[in-house]
Design a protein around this ligand. Sequence first.
Ligand code: 13P
Ligand code: SF4
Length: 337
Amino acid sequence: MITAQGLYEKLKNIHVGSPVCRFTEENCELLLPTIRRIEELKREKNAIILVHNYVAPQIFYGVADHTGDSFGLSKAARESTADVIVFAAVRFMAETAKILNPGKTVLDPNPNGGCSLADGITGADVKRLRAEYPDHTFVCYINTTAEVKAQCHVCVTSSNVYKIMERIENDKIYFLPDRLMGENVINFLRAKGVKKQIEVYDGTCYVHEEYQPASIDQVRRNFPGVDVLVHPECQPSVVNKADYVGSTTGMLNHVRQSKDDTFFLLTECGLTGILQSEFPEKKFVGSCTTCRYMKANSLEDVLNVLENPQPAQIIQLSPEVQQNALRCLERMFEYAE
Ligand code: 13P
Ligand code: SF4
């Protein structure tokens, strides 16, 4: 059971993002009653809380049972024996947990759980595209709604997109909705000499599309030897300058294993915060950006959704969407093995 001192130890080195707790011992003390009540409710309801790497650190360090990237959290949801799953992230991740666990109650505490990628395409859009490209295998990024997954053949995440796209037998693929990730995959496969005809949808993540290659040049000038880590939702001109490209957990593991002492992360601030907490001896330079959707989760939202979930916070899917989206996700687990 975490104490105010224990929470403070985890939060005190975090200097990015928009903390609710100002990370003094006194303010950590103020968070404790909410954290204790959440712990009580978890026991009462046999619930677990899954928290994405971008979510506010007082939730990440205060109440999470599992933390990670979208692939790791999907696996945790799939393997869970709890009756209730609270998914502190964004809507499409909570929906994914429900697709994998139709018999469990899955709760979404986030009052603003969208995502610029997931909101940019509908199931009806994919249906239309499938009629236009009947010979293509439709691959969707996990940052899509359950309706979109239900219309696609295979799902991917940032941790396995390159591998799965290479493994798909069909050489005609339609990738959606992230145009930049799609372009990065095309470049990766071309560099390996793999010939595939890949169409991409025109969606982007509003956080990652903003990063510019010039910032990497400037940081490299100011900090020679800096290790540059980039999320594959960034533009190809940014990805091409990276030392490491991968998912949020991939970046975390890269820093853990690296002998370098200075890092520049081109991704959401939540990850930089975790790394500042986990590796206080290492230096994280340059700026990061916050995702307004991920940061909409508060500790109070987590408490309220456990105590008294509102109908809109309980994930419900039609049996048809549930079954078809599950097939799409199961294919991801098969290809990713
Ligand atoms: P990860 O799966 O790498 O955590 O990414 C999810 C996401 O939304 C990135 O913007
Ligand atoms: Fe969506 Fe971008 Fe936020 Fe990730 S960072 S949840 S892709 S808007």
